[in-house]
Design a protein around this ligand. Sequence first.
Ligand code: FAD
Ligand code: DHB
Length: 390
Amino acid sequence: MRTQVGIVGAGPAGLMLSHLLHLHGIESVVLECRSREYVEQRVRAGVLEQGSVDLLRRAGLADRLDRAGMRHEGIELRFDGESHRVPLTELTGRAITVYGQQEVVKDLIAARLAAGGEILFNVDDVRLDGLDSDSPVIRFRRDGREEELHCDFVAGCDGFHGVSRAAVPDGLLTTYERTYPFAWLGILAAAPPAVDELIYANHERGFALYSLRSPEISRLYLQVAPDEDIAAWPDERIWAELRARLETVPGWSLNEGPILEKGITPMRSFVVEPMQWERLYLAGDAVHIVPPTGAKGMNLALADVALLGDAFAAWYGEGRTDLLENYSRTALRRVWRAQHFSWWMTSMLHRLDGQDAYEAKLQSSTLRYVATSRAYATSLAENYVGLPEV
Ligand code: FAD
Ligand code: DHB
């Protein structure tokens, strides 16, 4: 098999890149180790920055997004028994849209297949070869048979646990990393959200987040221990903990309902530089991870491949190499802004085991500063909705 760009991974990064290349008349094949059902059902992020929405719209992918996506013009910060709204749109002129990652993935898969695009699901044992030549080869197994995909370039969009990053020879990449002594327990519940806007809560029992997916479905998160066992969290315990952390303002209560899905997500900050080696271009979670508090993961993945799409278009269309050469440097500017913002939001909102009273006072003071200073709130808001140019 031969194509122009071989793409490993059918998450938001890989699928979006394949779609953007198609719009530029460039062929690609996407290789995915999971099934179509699995990637379409995987519950993950839910917040699209304005820039991501604009990108999806420009790429002709916003029909369902425009009908089902929920535009939010503010978020709420809840701490010390008070609630404060950060008016995102008033401060920045921009907004966020709540639309589940798996819906973005469904829209992308549908668009690729409708255009005759090739996505090979359920492939095994993906190996990258010849990345330092003009004709890399991706070897893999499908239905028990060995196959080869020959291409001009490889895009490694296979997430944190993928194989692409590891294909770069030792010693050429620099890793920057931070782990956190907590994780998030996330649930999807058949309960009408008791909120119009997301609530980020700092509580002495730990962080909680109230989000949503539709007028009937709520999405909520709790800070838990990093090694927490989901079996220790029967539904009643989850609701009791959510009530304790979120029902802190008079007259407000959350809506409960059957829990449809629950899982634990570890927290990590991680960047590998550069995001390219020879003919391998890395994008999304394959090269950078942020803790989810800033809602940046999926947005960064889309921003990376928007750059890559343009860079490949310039190479194939005009023989230009500059955009490909600058891809890593350009992408890393946005990546590091999101790294800082995500770390900052995480530090401000979570409780650490053994956190001393001094740190708790600093968190309160920081939150109060955001709540009362237009300048500081604007800084949070412009990062949250996404900076157009970094
Ligand atoms: P992915 O979506 O991870 O896609 C990579 C794809 O590559 C996957 O489909 C995978 O199956 C495939 N793959 C992996 N290895 C191979 C291989 N060897 N061969 C072929 N295919 C392979 N962000 C938020 O903002 N909020 C959240 O609440 C949130 N929750 C998350 C929960 C979890 C469990 C995880 C893992 C991430 C979460 N994120 C969240 C982050 C966000 O979902 C990611 O940033 C986003 O999915 C990145 O997209 P991607 O396309 O780079 O990677
Ligand atoms: C959601 C996830 C996030 O990480 C976040 O910061 C806000 C919302 C969500 O899944 O809805």
